[in-house]
Design a protein. Structure first.
Ligand code: 5GP
Ligand code: ZN
Length: 115
């Protein structure tokens, strides 16, 4: 999608060191990390948010949550101690980039409730 920063990263129009890539997914470090480990995992396909993900996106989302994120958590050394996965959705949810993304945060103790 034109003018979507994450589409540009996924399509390599903007260079970003990728920590993971497959046919449908890329992962890269957040520009403004909120924890020692802060990785964004995104579908290559433009999906505006979790709210508008279609039934046919289910397999892709399950792949991200059940396979890609656990694999990255292990590789980045946060699987054992624990980590947090965040999907900010919509304005009050704090979503600033309108391309579905999963934050993987770890390497420190997380607080609850989040701010
Ligand atoms: P949101 O607030 O939408 O849940 O998260 C968007 C995240 O994308 C933020 O944590 C922000 O730091 C990150 N971000 C925004 N633009 C870029 C970029 O161009 N490159 C990278 N690596 N991260 C970005
Ligand atoms: Zn996009």
């Amino acid at each position: 999608m034109a003018d979507c920063i994450f589409c540009k990263i996924a399509q390599k129009e903007i260079t970003s060191a990728l920590l993971y890539e497959d046919n449908g997914v890329v992962a890269f470090k957040d520009l403004e990390p909120q924890a020692p480990v802060h990785v964004l995992i995104i579908p290559k396909k433009h999906i505006a948010s979790l709210l508008v993900a279609c039934p046919e996106d289910r397999a892709l989302i399950a792949h991200i949550t059940c396979e890609v994120i656990p694999k990255l958590a292990r590789e980045l050394g946060v699987a054992e101690k624990g980590f947090r996965v965040v999907v900010n959705t919509g304005e009050e949810g704090g979503q600033s980039v309108k391309h579905l993304h999963f934050h993987l945060l770890g390497g420190r103790s997380m607080q609850w409730p989040p701010g």
